[in-house]
Design a protein around this ligand. Structure first.
Ligand code: HEM
Length: 510
């Protein structure tokens, strides 16, 4: 009897604890944060129970993206972030909205953004909800890690993207691009003068990241990319599926589908990892290699508990994902912009001809391609692949005149900042690479790769890759936008052209 009473007592205590934790996480803390922000004059749209403003945002976006744009206009903030325009007009430049039970402060003041991203990288990071959404996708890899784990992982992976290692990738980039150009040429010879360039760019950047970081070809990595893309699409819907307490534990169709995709990807990654380990074990090689996978495996061997196999796989998924899609989108949007601006296309072609031998840039020549760099920057400004940067404060923070309580997420609408007329002038929605001529533009208003210690670790890799590919493409072909192109940017985690970018290619005399 006594034992039963004790057990009952423990059970009831545990139940109360669970109930309190859920109540605190989903209701009490968010309400406390709301009150603190309201006392500072920051308000926002009324949230619904559990779903917050998610349904309002989904309905606004679904309406604004229901049709293609009538012309190739770059005025896309109203289309992709209609809720931002609505709420800033109602509540001013700072407002608070609810992503489920997670309060988010929309911040557009560039000085505050700069301070936040540069000073508070270890006490802010990815929120619980964000991590839940991508848990089965890229797991605890560096992109999703927080605090000390992030700091440690960032220091392990960063050497793969600097100095001589980075330089050694240039050869692979040129080789992969040559193969793509050959396949475009073959297509032309078979009468295929119109291509969807996005498909080619996605394959190409996947091939480059597979070869440079994992020592495997696109053919081998192909299945992984395919499965990761499926996982990404499903995980992008996480906030709709996971906003109810405990919903991640339900054996719903959504959860089952995600689990099975995750298992398939990890099985393939294990094959790549195992074959690298086998090479060392059977003596065919005396090191795991110099690329990212080699660095990760060496680290795993070096220190117990530093990296485990799951974390190595999470990092591989993180880099397979972040190392190719964003760059493919940058290239695709840049081709679209150059195809619809023949004058800039010619300027860049002339520059490449002047600087490079046979249209293939060497490492020293890359820095001399200034016009190409300006075009790439302008493309990243108009169509930043990552349209928003969300970061949660894990400690109370003072930011300018704002007190940011622990648990509040800061939401930086990069796309809206990049298109803001007050920051970029009346022609903010126009394609005008000349604006990047001046070195004096303020970096905190240009955030395609984020800012501060937690910026994109692959930034230099991506820019080197983009310059090589565009220089080689532009010296081999001229291109115009096809009549079939439908201008319909959409956000599925990143900004994508909904139907791809169709261009008509013409080979140039060599
Ligand atoms: C045009 C191409 C790219 C763009 C626009 C881009 C953009 C970004 C942005 C905005 C972030 C910050 C995300 C956040 O904190 O929420 C980020 C982080 C990251 N990027 Fe990139 N990226 C690009 C290419 C690459 C490439 C080529 C790689 C790897 C080869 C890469 C690897 C990463 C990683 C690992 C992080 C996480 C860094 C950290 O949290 O410490 N990215 N990127």
């Amino acid at each position: 009897m006594v034992v039963l009473t004790i057990l009952l007592f423990i059970l009831v205590t545990l139940l109360f604890k669970l109930l309190y934790e859920n109540l605190s996480c989903y209701l009490l803390t968010p309400l406390r944060i709301k009150k603190i922000m309201e006392m500072q004059g920051v308000r926002g749209p009324k949230p619904r129970f559990f779903t917050g403003n998610i349904l309002d945002m989904a309905s606004l976006v679904s309406k604004s993206t229901s049709q293609d744009m009538k012309t190739i206009s770059h005025d896309i903030v109203g289309r992709l972030l209609p809720h931002f325009l609505l709420w800033t007009s109602q509540f001013g430049k700072r407002y608070i909205y609810w992503n489920g039970s997670e309060p988010r402060l929309c911040l557009t003041e560039t000085e505050l953004i700069k301070e936040f991203l540069s000073k508070y990288s270890t006490v802010s990071g990815k929120s619980w909800l964000q991590k839940q959404g991508s848990k089965n996708f890229i797991g605890e890899g560096v992109l999703m890690a927080n605090g000390e784990n992030w700091y440690h992982q960032r220091h392990i992976v960063a050497p793969a993207f600097i100095g001589d290692r980075l330089k050694s990738y240039a050869g692979h980039m040129v080789e992969c691009t040559k193969e793509m150009l050959e396949s475009l040429q073959k297509g032309l010879e078979c009468g295929e003068s119109e291509v969807e360039i996005g498909e080619y760019m996605t394959k190409l950047t996947a091939d480059i990241i597979s070869r440079t970081e994992f020592g495997t070809s696109y053919q081998k990595g192909k299945k992984i990319f395919h499965l990761l893309t499926l996982l990404q699409t499903r995980c992008a819907q996480a906030s709709r599926h996971l906003c109810f307490p405990g919903s991640r534990f339900f054996p719903s169709k959504y959860n089952r589908e995600i689990k099975s995709l995750k298992m398939e990807v990890e099985k393939l990654l294990m094959e790549i990892i195992q074959s690298r380990k086998d090479c060392v074990e059977i003596g065919r090689s005396n090191s795991y290699g110099n690329d990212l996978l080699g660095i990760l495996l060496n680290e795993m061997k070096k220190k117990e508990n530093s990296l485990n196999l799951q974390l190595v796989m999470d990092e591989c998924k993180t880099f397979f994902f972040s190392g190719h899609e964003t760059t493919a989108l940058l290239l695709t949007w840049t081709v679209m912009l150059l195809a619809s601006n023949p004058c800039w296309q010619q300027k860049v072609r002339d520059e490449v001809k002047r600087v490079c031998n046979a249209g293939i840039p060497s490492l020293d020549q890359l820095s001399k391609l200034t016009m190409l760099h300006m075009v790439i920057n302008e493309s990243l400004r108009l169509y930043p692949p990552a349209s928003v940067l969300p970061r949660m404060a894990f400690e109370d923070i003072i930011l300018g005149d704002l007190y940011i309580p622990k648990g509040l997420s800061i939401w930086i609408p990069v796309l809206a900042i990049h298109h803001n007329e007050k920051l970029w002038g009346k022609d903010a929605n126009e394609f005008n690479p000349d604006r990047f001529t001046s070195k004096s533009f303020i970096p905190s208003r240009f955030l395609p790769f984020a800012f501060g210690p937690r910026n994109c670790v692959g930034q230099t890799f991506a820019l080197m890759e983009a310059k090589i590919i565009l220089a080689m493409l532009i010296s081999r072909f001229s291109f115009t936008i096809s009549d079939d192109y439908r201008h319909a940017p959409v956000v599925v985690l990143t900004i994508k052209p909904k139907y791809g970018v169709q261009v008509c290619l013409k080979p140039l005399e060599s």
